[in-house]
Write a protein that binds this ligand. Structure first.
Ligand code: CA
Length: 222
């Protein structure tokens, strides 16, 4: 899943980006409202974390502009602690959730994970789809016997994207756009190598190749 983090604080921004990357997200960091609004309109983000006090354009205006243009990307706003007015204004402008500053990064990760699942129509809680269970805390697979099998960072990001978008035809380019950040070399041929490694771990039949079109994560033969 690929996130846009909008935070102008020169310490907090890079810190949060690092924590989110560690949690297996591809993250683009934007430090002003105008840049963020443009990125949010162009790039296919799965979720945005939006600070409200931003240079050039306030976060609330950025959010309201996205919603007016029909941009439905899930947004978690960062509000001043204890400011119920900011929370209300955030929800009115179209926020999906909020977190008051200062916060523990674990709480942000929990909220981001829950909003992502809700937005994809997946039950909030441990992620089990088509018999595969993913432990998001340890970024590993849980086998039927409860045994954990570790995943590399890219394997984890790919598998989570498939599991949050089951039974959908997903093109290679879409996959690359959602598991790599803006600055990464989005070589979709390399993805094939990772997908083959994933098949060795979850069984060969769940990730089906549709020749010339992409992949489907499904338990049904088609
Ligand atoms: Ca700020």
């Amino acid at each position: 899943m690929r996130l846009l983090l909008v935070e102008d604080d020169v310490t907090l921004g890079p810190q949060l980006r690092a924590s989110l990357q560690q949690a297996g997200y591809a993250v683009d960091l934007s430090t002003d409202g105008v840049d963020a609004e443009g990125l949010g309109d162009i790039e296919p983000y799965d979720l945005v974390i939006l600070d409200l006090g931003l240079p050039k354009r306030p976060g609330l205006e950025v959010l309201a502009n996205w919603r007016r243009r029909g941009n439905k990307v899930p947004v978690v706003v960062l509000t001043a602690r204890g400011s119920w007015q900011e929370k209300v204004e955030g929800f009115k402008a179209g926020a999906d959730d909020y977190i008051g500053k200062p916060f523990q990064v674990e709480e942000l990760l929990a909220r981001v994970g829950a909003v992502l699942k809700r937005s994809q129509g997946v039950v909030v809680g441990p992620l089990t789809v088509h018999g595969v269970t993913l432990d998001e805390a340890t970024q590993s697979l849980i086998g039927e016997n409860g045994r954990q099998e570790s995943l590399t960072g890219t394997e984890y990001r790919l598998l989570r994207y498939f599991m949050l978008n089951p039974d959908q035809l997903i093109s290679k380019s879409r996959l690359a756009e959602h598991v790599y950040d803006y600055d990464s070399d989005k070589d979709s041929n390399v993805l094939e190598v990772y997908i083959n490694r994933l098949r060795q771990k979850i069984g060969p039949e769940l990730i089906q190749t549709k020749r010339g079109q992409g992949y489907v994560f499904s338990s049904k033969e088609s």
